[in-house]
Design a protein around this ligand. Structure first.
Ligand SMILES: [Zn+2]
Length: 422
């Protein structure tokens, strides 16, 4: 007689223990080292696969390298729960891993209840962070169709190794990666639980919040051109100092973001030639601007461009803008946002709605037309992408409970939608 091991119902404390275990396996003194397409990331995946093999699920890796674990249900519709095991170098223990391990715990609970009404898939997206090749949301954008394969084909890592070559070693056939999009076709809903990575929930003393969508973003590189000159012999009123232009614009970007209640960052600034006794003849700065509202973001951009021209005129410079990247705001499903809020209230007694400035795989899934929502759990001091990233264990447990309730409510919602179609 074959005896199956007993499956224990939801145990959020197990998720916390497993997060610690995974962190021990994949971190060093500098933090988490689960950079995608590296042996340590592979170790994290193998560890996850061992846990999944204890469940009655089908485990598959798709054309892009995303890993799926599916519990077959009675209907062909599917509930997806997702996250990412990969990290930035010297990263934290919760970014992405909480999503996957909380999803694992919910999958265990659903499996323990018997064959579900609808199939449930846990997906571990490949290369969310883009830490090695500079391309974020790789696996989920391959699925949504937004991935630009030609750009990806030309990317190399720090050692000059092309992305297609490295991915081939992980079983990815580069010309076929977008075929993984078929897996979203029968998806009825997508849920993702993530750490907030910002200070808002902590400032409100709330463990959990509901994400209404992701911010619109614009990224530009701005160059000022003046005249390089001798730092001793050139009087102040005759200078065309390109770094002065960049410095003035940096402060303007900050003021505009404050006035529009968005965020604006000059993350890199460079003086050319960058020598102690030469007035800079050139300067380069990068500007990252984000807002929940596309209209407000375009105002922020227009004002910054106009200000850069008036600064250039005042300083005797030329200015040139080049767009590096942009994305529209992506709203999540309003019904799922309501269900998420009810789930968070049931688990914690209070909730808060907020948009996310960081992008997540959920944004790509929503973009593909799958009804989507995210939960955020409080991050201590708002820190992420650092080994100091942390969340209280009791908040992690509440997050698992809220995700579990949301999965139940979403399953019922999928059934009701199916009934309406009949
Ligand atoms: Zn993440």
């Amino acid at each position: 007689m074959i005896r199956c091991p007993p499956i224990v119902p939801l145990d959020p404390s197990r998720t916390v223990a497993e997060l610690h275990e995974l962190a021990r396996l994949t971190s060093d003194a500098q933090g988490a080292q689960r950079v995608c397409w590296t042996p340590i990331w592979q170790r994290a995946r193998d560890w996850l696969t061992e846990r999944l093999e204890e469940l009655p699920v089908a485990i598959e890796t798709d054309e892009a390298g995303n890993r799926w674990a599916t519990l077959e249900g009675r209907s062909a519709r599917r509930l997806l729960i997702g996250g990412h095991l990969d990290s930035v170098p010297d990263g934290g223990w919760l970014d992405g891993t909480l999503d996957v391990l909380a999803g694992l715990e919910v999958l265990r609970r659903i499996a323990a209840d018997g064959v579900p009404e609808h199939s449930v898939s846990l997906v571990d997206w490949a290369d969310e962070e883009g830490a090695r090749f500079g391309l974020s949301l790789y696996g989920s954008s391959a699925a949504s169709g937004a991935l630009d394969l030609e750009i990806a084909r030309g990317l190399t890592d720090r050692d000059g190794r092309p992305m297609p070559e490295v991915l081939t070693e992980h079983g990815v056939r580069f010309d076929r990666v977008k075929e993984c999009g078929r897996r979203l076709r029968d998806a009825a809903a997508y849920l993702e639980l993530h750490i907030e990575q910002g200070p808002v929930l902590e400032s409100l003393a709330l463990p959990l919040g509901v994400v209404t969508g992701t911010f619109a973003a614009e990224r530009h590189e701005v160059r000022f051109r003046g005249q390089a000159a001798h730092a001793g012999s050139t009087p102040m009123h005759l200078r065309r100092d390109a770094l002065a232009g960049a410095a003035r614009l940096t402060l303007v970007v900050r003021e505009i973001a404050r006035a529009e209640h968005g965020v604006g960052t000059v993350g890199r600034i460079e003086a050319q030639p960058g020598v102690v006794n030469i007035v800079p003849g050139g300067s380069i700065l990068t500007i990252d601007q984000r807002h929940e509202s596309a209209a407000a973001l375009s105002r922020m951009l227009e004002q910054s461009e106009a200000k850069s021209r008036s600064i250039a005129e005042a300083e005797g410079l030329e200015v040139e803008w080049r767009r590096l990247w942009r994305i529209d705001p992506i709203p999540f499903d309003p019904v799922l946002v309501d269900l998420a809020e009810a789930s968070v209230r049931e688990a914690t007694g209070a909730s808060h709605r907020m948009a996310s400035a960081p992008l997540h795989d959920a944004a790509e899934v929503a973009r593909a037309g799958v009804p989507t929502v995210m939960l955020f759990v409080q991050s201590l001091q708002g820190l992420s992408h650092t080994p100091d990233e942390d969340t209280r264990p009791e908040h992690l447990e509440l997050a698992v409970r809220a995700l579990d309730r949301l999965a139940d409510k979403t399953m019922a919602w999928i059934s009701a939608a199916a009934a309406r179609e009949r």
